[in-house]
Design a protein around this ligand. Sequence first.
Ligand SMILES: C[S@@+](CC[C@H](N)C(=O)[O-])C[C@H]1O[C@@H](n2cnc3c(N)ncnc32)[C@H](O)[C@@H]1O
Ligand SMILES: [Zn+2]
Length: 164
Amino acid sequence: MIRRARSDIHGHGVYARVAIPAGYVIIKYRGERITKAESARREAKRLERLRRGLESCTMAFRLNQRYDIDGRRGGNMSRFINHSCAPNCRSEKRRGHIWIGALRDIAEGEEISFDYGFRFRHWASNPCRCNAPECAGYIVEASQRWRLRKVAKGASDQARPKGL
Ligand SMILES: C[S@@+](CC[C@H](N)C(=O)[O-])C[C@H]1O[C@@H](n2cnc3c(N)ncnc32)[C@H](O)[C@@H]1O
Ligand SMILES: [Zn+2]
């Protein structure tokens, strides 16, 4: 039903091999279940690599208040699904598991994407290249994107000479 291939968004992505109808549950997000403390430790390492100009992906997915699922270990193809600000899939948590399902009909060959739902506070570390016309510029959950607009406005106000 899906396959992995190079993506214009980032690295590898996941594509529909066949047309997928809206509502279809495509894949379970598999991986290692880790505590928030371990997840924070891995994220700090990732950010450190980024600071040094090295490539570094996050594959940790928020499961609940105590645990995340890290697709890097024990993961399946779902760990290659990229984020989009206009996704065709969504993630759903059910009884301690995460599932990725189609939000709308998906055509054969289309790249599969979902909203990573990253918290606003990490915005600067996660530039978005999803190419959607409504791309927010950074990977931030939909309900928090208005805050990005505020940041952008603050920056342009600062650049404007006083009195204008
Ligand atoms: C779970 S991986 C997705 C698979 C990844 N493309 C790869 O080849 O390993 C998540 C990482 O992919 C990259 N990524 C996913 N969606 C992105 C997007 N819309 N814009 C920029 N980078 C993205 C980021 O580096 C993110 O940390
Ligand atoms: Zn985007």
